[in-house]
Design a binder for this molecule. Structure first.
Ligand code: BEZ
Length: 215
């Protein structure tokens, strides 16, 4: 069965452009993004990896490590990295896994044979410091991903881990959030001192809580 939310992300050892790693050990106390691309030296992937490199400061701020993967060998990743820097203006600053025997791709269900029997589709797995899978998305090979959206979901996950809130449609950091229905109005008075707006008893909006408070 395919990997599901909140399951432990499978551990593995692999060769990467930054040396051999054991995945869980590499994640350490950070969050992680593991993402696959179909092939090196292809146009959409080139733009994606350049953009991910450009976001390094945003990932660091959120304590997120990033690692890419394709079934191409190390030498290919290394050669292609020069093209990414040249065309996208950002040097690849994260490891890329070489997975020619598809060991990791199969562990994470990254090959969808009805789409492509040999190469990985575009997957993204967000994994938390406890090594639990918190988000996965799968895109077809012809559609480049929106990594700003991945950052947005990480902001939501990190916020909702700290406070008993959920984030509404198209939420962006700084906007109002939803008090989860399991919190009574009585409890909400102490947890959300800025107050809230009740649109329905199950739909209460409150200003985004300060980052440091705990659930
Ligand atoms: C690309 O990255 O441009 C690409 C890869 C595989 C199939 C189609 C496009």
């Amino acid at each position: 069965m395919a990997l599901q939310l909140n399951e432990t992300a499978p551990d593995f050892e692999a060769n990467t452009t930054q040396g051999r790693i054991r995945f869980h050990e590499w994640i350490g106390d950070s969050w992680a993004i593991l993402f696959s691309h179909p092939r090196d030296y292809t146009p959409v992937c080139t733009t994606e990896l350049g953009y991910v490199a450009r976001l390094k400061g945003d990932f660091d701020k959120r304590n997120v490590k990033v690692i890419g993967l394709s079934v191409d060998p190390l030498g290919s990743h290394q050669g292609w990295a020069k093209d990414i820097e040249e065309t996208q203006g950002h040097a690849v600053n994260f490891p890329i896994i070489a997975d020619p025997d598809r060991k990791v791709a199969n562990l994470y269900g990254m090959i969808h044979p009805a789409h492509d029997e040999v190469h990985t589709v575009r997957t993204v797995f967000v994994i938390d410091p406890k090594k639990k899978v918190r988000l996965f998305i799968t895109y077809p090979q012809t559609a480049g991903r929106n990594f700003d959206e991945i950052l947005r979901v990480i902001d939501s996950l990190q916020l909702t881990d700290r406070h008993r809130v959920a984030t509404p449609v198209n939420w962006k950091p700084g906007e109002d959030v939803i008090i989860v229905p399991a919190v009574s109005d009585e409890e909400a008075k102490s947890k959300f001192p800025k107050g809230w707006k009740t649109l329905k008893p199950y739909l209460r909006l409150t200003p985004q809580p300060a980052e440091s408070a705990k659930r």
